[in-house]
Write a protein that binds this ligand. Structure first.
Ligand SMILES: [Zn+2]
Length: 128
């Protein structure tokens, strides 16, 4: 089973639900016993949990029409723009803060169409 299969988690969860629902039914496999079934279920649960965590971490959220990795926002959850020193709690500013280290207003004012200058480290420190 490929881990890239988008239905992988769903399949695992379904398998677990199915197993729990059919607890009383004997497995027809001759070499199957309770111990093995328990182990198997544990493994399924572990895999499902792992896959869920991974999915959540890599989840991209849409902010103002732009997809951005949630991990990036959580990690750099800055609330204060280092350029204009204004606190912001908007998701839009969050995105620009994570990507450009400034709020949306500053992005429009200083970064837009001049990304190269911004990325090279230029900041409007001595300007009004
Ligand atoms: Zn700003």
């Amino acid at each position: 089973m490929s881990k890239k299969d988008p239905n992988y988690v769903a399949k695992v969860e379904y398998a677990i639900a199915e197993k729990y629902g059919d607890e009383t039914i004997q497995n027809p496999k001759a070499n199957w016993n309770e111990e093995k079934e328990k182990e198997y279920l544990e493994q399924l649960k572990k895999v499902a949990k792992k896959e869920n965590t991974k999915k959540d971490k890599n989840e991209k959220i849409k902010v103002e029409g732009v997809l951005i990795n949630r991990k990036l926002i959580n990690k750099k959850g800055k609330r204060k723009c280092p350029v204009c020193e204004i606190y912001s709690f908007s998701g839009q500013d969050d995105m620009y803060m994570a990507k450009y280290e400034c709020c949306f207003k500053c992005y429009v004012q200083y970064v837009e169409d001049r990304e190269e200058r911004w990325n090279s480290g230029w900041r409007p420190k001595n300007e009004n």
